[in-house]
Every structure is written in C-alpha cells, then in structure tokens.
Design a binder for this molecule. Structure first.
Ligand code: GLU
Length: 545
C-alpha cells in the first residue's frame, strides 16, 4: 500500500518537518536534576482532592529540584471550554499555595505555549500524518453502532473489550476498500496500529509504586477523532514530550492507560517522562472502604475547603501526612516550620489506598488555627467572610479593636492554655456570632422559668460594668445563695440534696441569657466586651412573663 498517498488523502496539505518541532520546543535550559512537572486537568470545572494530592506532589518535586510546574488544559473531549473552569482550577490550587510557573491563563515562558490542547491541532496532525506514512496508523470507518455491537459480542464471549487483533476490522482493509469508503464520504477516525502483545509483560519503574509489571498494549486506540481533534492519549504524549516534561505524578486510575502511553511514546520516537502513580483516597463507610465519590462526598471537591474556610496550611499538612510516610515525624519535630522545608520525595509516597478522614483534618485544623495571633486570625476570617460570609458577618470587621478582643478571648490568647475551638472560618464566624448579633435562639435552660426570672432580675440589680471579675463572681455567688443554690461547689458536692443546684447552674442561666449558649469562654470577659447596655438589654429580654 502507498502509505504516503494515503496520508496525503487523509490529511492533505503541507505540514512542517517533524524535526522543526524539536527546535521550536527545545529542551529546557534548567540545571541538572531539575524536574519539569505538570498538572493536566480537563476543564470540567470540577477540581477535587485527588487533583490536590497530585498537585502538591508535582509542585513540591518541581520546586524542590529547581524545576518547573506548568498547567496544561486537556480540552480535547470538550466541545467547548466550560466558562471559568481554568480560572477555578488556578484559584482552587492557589488557596493551597500551589503556584504554576507557566501555563494556561498563567503565561510564563511562551516557548512551550499554547497550553490548551485545542490550540495545538496542527502539531498533533503532523504527527498523525507521519504515523500513517509509516504504516503505524490507519483510518477506521466503523460506525458507533458497529462498535457497540462489537462490544456486546466481546462481553457475551467474556473477551477483553476494545478494538484489537481480530476485532480490529479496519486494520487490514485493502487499499481499494479504504478509497471506496473515502470516495463515499464515510467519516473516519485514525487508529494506532498496535504492535504489542498483552501476554508480554515488562518491568516498569514507577516513581511511587516501585517496580511494577506492565503488559504490552494491543489496543488500536483512536489517536485522531473524526472531527480532526486528537484523543487525550495521543495529545498528552506529544505535549509531555514537547513541553519537556520529565516527571508525571498522577492518579493511579491512569495506570490502566500506561501500556497505551508506553506504546505511543515508542511509536512517536520520544523519550518517556518518568511516571509515578499515586494511590486513591479512600473513605471509611461503615465496614467498607470506598473511593471518595463526587455524588456522596462533598469533601471531595476542593471548592468545599474554600467555602467552609479550611485553613490552607492545615489541609496541606493533612495531605502531606497522607502523601509522604515520613512527613508526620518531621512535622512533630518542626510543628511551626514552613512546609516547604520538608524534603518531599516521590519514593516516600504511599503505594496503596489512603484513608481520608475529615475528623483528622479537623483536629489538625483546630491545632493549626490555635497557633495564630489575633491579627492573623482576623485576616484569615476576613478573607473568608468577604467572599463567603453574610453581610452581617462582613460587618464584624468594622470594629477591629472589638474583634481583636473577641478573638483574644475565644482563642485563649495570653491565658494559661490556648483554646482549640475553631475548626474552619465558617465555624469560627458562627462561634463568635453572639458578640456581634443578638442570639437568634437560646439553648435550653435547665432552671425553671420562675427561678430563672428571679436570677436574671437579681443580676440586673447588682450588675455593674466596672466590677472586676472577683466582684462580679461574688455577686453571682450571692444570687445563687439567695435562690437556694450552693455558692461553693464543694458544699454542693458534699450535700447535693440540700440545694436546688450549684453556682454553676446560676452562671449557666446568665450565660445562656447573654450568649444563647450553655458553653462559652469566660462570661465576665464576654460581658466586658459586649458592654453594659447590651448585656442589660439581652438579659431583660430573657425575663419571660
Ligand atoms: N487529563 C487527564 C486528567 O484529566 C490527565 C491525566 C494525566 O495526568 O496524564 O486527569
């Protein structure tokens, strides 16, 4: 068969010499050992924890080695780009300090642009044409119905599905048949003529999993679709080569495609980047472990962490704990060090499924947030509130002095022990709500109404904003005694039946009336921040007829 004539018929016109692409996208001028890594999402608008997992690894490895992390958009499957999807990826990762050196919507060294696959059509076609000329690729005229029927037949016979071997009907079409189809205007795709045999298995060094065995590919995969757009497999091989990628860390769901990728690189005559396939994140669901699911687990989406206001450092610490087996020990020794100082390596990455546990993340988050100064906390909360908070919440930042007092108290700053009540920005904003807004609801009082009213009235009588904490508490004790509660805890413990309750119950009534909550930081301090007028108003409102 005259493959040159066929190639010209299938992809007419002049394409640049393939070697010219080598000089157009020259090897990068980077120091020895510098890694070029990438993130190559498709612009669906959904970016998830698995992406972050891979992103952290790629980012750390690139930047620790003095190399480059770039963003490539794999949009070959999309009819059109989802608006704002690329910006969403950049923003979602920026939250976790993952910064790209170059790429789509980022810019950087234009040598390797464009970073949208749809804008790179010519180069893909040039290589497809070359493969046809070499007899390594051929046109396939099978219709969707024929392929469906083939799949059914294979399933019925319990055969591996796909287009390969004896099932690859168009692989050995005669020259005549091909031209007859073309003359009839039949649509076609271009497939790779695979040379592999899946019975033959090769050793493969995976940067994460170590030595693995990979069978040869025998699938005649589509490389160019009928609309002239390449498939992901083909485009990504060309791009990883010409963007001079040295290392690909990606999810282990891509392991199944590795045989195809190995064959494509070989067919194209390109040196392969090294690969590391990282494990999937699992979730404990009752007795079983399963992959995190887009439908069931909101925490899979990265949007979730920004919307909830997770502290980025905490998420990163947790991710690094899951990613690198020696991170935890390092972190224990260096709890306050910048995370960039940790010596991240692919070799220490987990080889098999890792359990993702939101409770653990929350613990880390509480701990990390408890280390912040009041002003750093205020800045963190403000950034969150301005994007996600209610208009009322945004007003909390109008009085910086008050906010600082609130945070100092709620975080236990300056006290014997820092409090760890804040998990996320949204939760912290809810936590401090009663300082800025009247409680919308009150937790249930445990003291009956008449006694409660008495306590509240008595409090209003004695309460003076200028009282120090001791005087204030002496007052509360006196009120306790007046209403039949033990003023001293030890008296109550010695003879509980002799009292209606203890001073703690009285304080609880005042606490709920003031804040709506039964558990809060020190009540005297809260009232100091609220001010006399506000305290009186809140307590009066709780005296019920
Ligand atoms: N476009 C693929 C994705 O959406 C990238 C796979 C790879 O990293 O090779 O994840």
């Amino acid at each position: 068969m005259d493959y040159h004539a066929l190639a010209e018929r299938l992809l007419p016109g002049n394409y640049p010499e393939l070697s010219s692409y080598e000089s157009l996208y020259p090897p990068r001028n980077l120091p020895k050992g510098a890694e070029v890594t990438r993130l190559a999402p498709s612009p669906t608008g959904f970016i998830h924890l698995g992406n972050l997992f891979a992103a952290i690894a790629n980012e750390r490895i690139a930047h620790r080695s003095g190399g480059i992390l770039y963003l490539r958009i794999e949009d070959t499957d999309l009819k059109r780009k989802v608006d704002g999807a690329v910006e969403a990826v950049i923003k979602a990762l920026d939250y976790f300090d993952i910064r790209f050196d170059e790429g789509a919507e980022i810019g950087g060294d234009e040598t390797y642009a464009p970073w949208y696959q749809r804008q790179r059509a010519e180069i893909y076609r040039a290589f497809v044409k070359h493969l046809i000329e070499e007899g390594r690729a051929y046109p396939c005229f099978c219709t969707a119905e024929e392929l469906d029927a083939l799949r059914e037949e294979q399933t019925a016979h319990k055969e591996v599905p796909g287009y390969y071997g004896k099932y690859a009907r168009c692989r050995d079409l005669s020259e005549e048949e091909i031209y007859r189809n073309l003359d009839a205007g039949k649509p076609f795709v271009i497939r790779l003529r695979s040379m592999g045999d899946p019975e033959v298995k090769h050793k493969f060094h995976d940067e994460i999993k170590g030595e693995i065995t990979v069978p040869e590919n025998d699938q005649d995969v589509v490389i160019l679709k009928s609309d002239g757009i390449p498939t992901y497999h083909f485009a990504h091989a060309i791009d990883d080569h010409f963007m001079r990628t040295t290392l690909v860390i990606r999810g282990e769901e891509w392991l199944a495609s590795l045989p195809i990728h190995i064959e494509l690189f070989a067919a194209l005559g390109f040196e392969r980047p090294r690969y590391g396939h990282n494990c999937s994140l699992m979730k404990q669901d009752g007795e079983t472990r399963r992959k995190l699911s887009k439908r069931k687990d909101p925490e899979l989406s990265l949007e979730y962490y920004r919307k909830e206001g997770y502290y980025p450092r905490a998420v990163k610490i947790y991710m690094l704990t899951l990613l690198n087996s020696n991170f935890e020990e390092w972190y224990m020794k260096n709890p306050d060090a910048p995370l960039e100082e940790f010596k991240f390596t692919a070799a220490k990455m987990s080889k098999s499924g890792t359990l993702f546990d939101l409770d653990k993340l929350n613990d880390i988050s509480k701990n990390e947030l408890s280390k912040l100064s009041a002003s750093d906390m205020a800045a963190f909360l403000k950034a969150w509130a301005m994007e996600f908070g209610t208009p009322a919440q945004q007003k909390y930042f109008g009085d910086g002095e008050k906010l600082s007092r609130v945070l100092t108290l709620c975080m236990g700053i300056g006290g014997k022990k820092r409090r760890k009540d804040f998990t996320t920005a949204s939760q912290a904003m809810k936590f401090i709500e009663y300082f800025f807004e009247r409680p919308a609801a009150h937790e249930e009082y445990r003291v009956e109404k008449d006694v409660r009213n008495g306590i509240l009235r008595a409090f209003l009588q004695h309460y003076r904003d200028t009282d120090d904490a001791q005087t204030w508490f002496a007052n509360v004790k006196a009120i306790a005694a007046e209403f039949g509660f033990a003023a001293e805890m030890k008296d109550y413990k010695a003879a509980p039946e002799a009292y209606r309750g203890s001073v703690a119950d009285v304080a609880e009534v005042l606490r709920i009336a003031t804040t709506g909550k039964a558990n809060t930081p020190d009540l005297w301090s809260i009232q100091q921040i609220l001010g006399e007028e506000e305290v009186r108003a809140r307590i009066s409102e709780e005296i019920k007829p």
